[in-house]
Design a protein around this ligand. Structure first.
Ligand code: URP
Ligand code: ZN
Ligand code: ZN
Length: 456
């Protein structure tokens, strides 16, 4: 289908300008500020008063993630539908192999799980142990289109790596020409703190943040930056939550080291007061790293505007409350994570752009263009230009909503943003040249997400 979008205001990472857009066969084919004449048979959309952004790219989601409390409650179908409702048209999820499983075998399995994804998608691949075949496996994955490898410094009883193994992974990824991404929290100290609290009978969710203090994130950030420097490996730090971490990131960036940082809306908009209350009130906020202090929220907003942080993900990892209840008597067993893939754009627009914390162009950069550039998808994604995929959002800047579990589309029976008011929402969402959302409603058009082969 040909789509002709008229009279809109295009917003890219660099510019804001009025133009018409023509979409043909899944690609943007023309952008003209003097207008494009309509032809019969085209679907015409009048975007007067609307903003047009490149489709959002969420660089950090966990659909159908296996955990001891069961799978995260959104699979690729429900999660990608929710993402589209919110204006996100590309998802980057993870491949987490079992011990001993070759990386590429795990990648093929994960691709099969994502076969019903409605948005285009790709993965970061997580080595969960060191073995001598890993350098070759990493190279093979790179040839298969996966150039980013995620390591965990936390979760030492399951997927976390020891320091010596982390060093070897940084080295192997650097030699293959890839990038390492990391969950930075010092795992051994966290295990000790968690177990000490539990031994003392301190088992409610309020002990979750106390067992994962900000200093243990900052310390891990500093250490991992050191490993990346030793190996001369580009490095991306996921879900930065603490002001203390930012000083190490800034220092590395000032030295010219290739260090990128991501944060998530919950670290900007929520704080650790959410851990005070009943289990029902607090368990939905058990996620890692935990919510921090208001001062951390402020520091992170500043880091978005001064460019210390380059990318905004969600770490979307929802669970049903029944899964959270796994840890009713032991916070260590509460399913760890929360969903927000649907809310990233509207939250950042409302609380960032409209409150003058970031510009409109910076909003596009953080939610789309930079994730595309960092992870090897640009300019196919993250851009409004002829030749780019026709993934775009026609944004109604006036639309007011109140976030609620009753109206969200994520497969989850709680919402950590319940009651948050937002201004600005997608009016249309176009993915691969097909209209997924029209006037805020699902169109039912058959959309089939594709696995994206990436290159650094
Ligand atoms: O609490 C979280 N973030 N759960 C998902 C796994 C992770 O650490 O990213
Ligand atoms: Zn993590
Ligand atoms: Zn995560």
């Amino acid at each position: 289908m040909e789509i002709h979008i008229k009279n809109g205001t295009l917003v890219t990472a660099e510019h804001t300008f009025a133009a018409d857009i023509l979409i043909e066969e899944g690609k943007i084919t023309r952008i003209e500020n003097s207008g494009i004449p309509s032809t019969p048979g085209q679907k015409a959309i009048d975007a007067s008063g609307m903003l047009i952004f490149p489709g959002g790219i969420d660089p950090h989601v966990h659909m159908h993630l296996p955990t001891p409390a069961g799978f995260s409650s959104d699979d690729f179908l429900t999660g990608s539908r929710a993402a589209l409702f919110g204006g996100t048209t590309t998802l980057i999820d993870f491949v987490t192999p079992s011990r001993g499983e070759p990386l590429c075998t795990a990648l093929e399995k994960r691709k099969a799980e994502a076969d019903n994804c409605l948005t285009d998608y790709t993965f970061h691949l997580s080595p969960v142990e060191w073995r001598n075949t890993l350098p070759e496996e990493i190279k093979t994955c790179m040839e298969a289109g996966i150039p980013s490898f995620k390591v965990y410094m936390a979760y030492k009883t399951s997927i976390g790596l020891e320091d010596e193994d982390l060093r070897k992974v940084f080295q192997a990824v650097a030699e293959a020409g890839g990038m390492v991404t990391a969950h930075c929290e010092s795992g051994d100290e966290i295990e000790t703190l968690r177990n000490d609290f539990a031994k003392n009978g301190q088992t409610t969710p309020e002990y979750h943040p106390l067992s994962r203090p900000a200093r243990l994130e900052a310390e891990a950030v500093e250490k991992a930056i050191g490993f990346a420097a030793e190996a001369n490996c580009p490095f991306y730090i996921v879900h930065v939550s603490a002001a203390e971490s930012l000083k190490f990131i800034r220092k590395a960036q000032q030295r010219g080291q290739k260090v990128f940082a991501e944060s998530c809306p919950h670290y900007l908009l929520l704080d650790d007061s959410r851990y005070r209350g009943t289990f029902e009130q607090t368990a939905p906020f058990v996620l890692s790293p935990p919510l921090r202090k208001k001062a951390d929220n402020h520091a992170l907003w500043k880091a978005l505007s001064d460019r210390t942080i380059q990318s905004m993900g969600t770490d979307h990892c929802p669970f049903m409350f029944e899964q959270k209840k796994n840890g009713l008597h032991d916070f260590r067993k509460i399913a760890n994570g929360a969903g927000s893939v649907e809310h990233r754009l509207s939250l950042l627009y409302t609380y960032g752009v409209l409150q003058n914390k970031i510009s409109l162009n910076r909003f596009v950069e953080l939610t789309s263009t930079q994730p595309a550039k960092i992870f090897g998808l640009y300019p196919r994604k993250g851009a409004l230009q002829p030749g780019s995929d026709a993934d775009l959002v026609i944004w109604n800047p006036e639309k007011e909503q109140v976030i609620s579990v009753d109206t969200h589309h994520m497969h989850c029976d709680t919402d950590i943003y319940e009651g948050f008011k937002t201004t600005g929402a997608p009016e249309y969402v176009i993915a691969d040249g097909k209209i997924a959302v029209e006037k805020g409603a699902w169109t039912g058009h058959l959309i089939k997400g594709r696995f994206l082969k990436r290159k650094r």
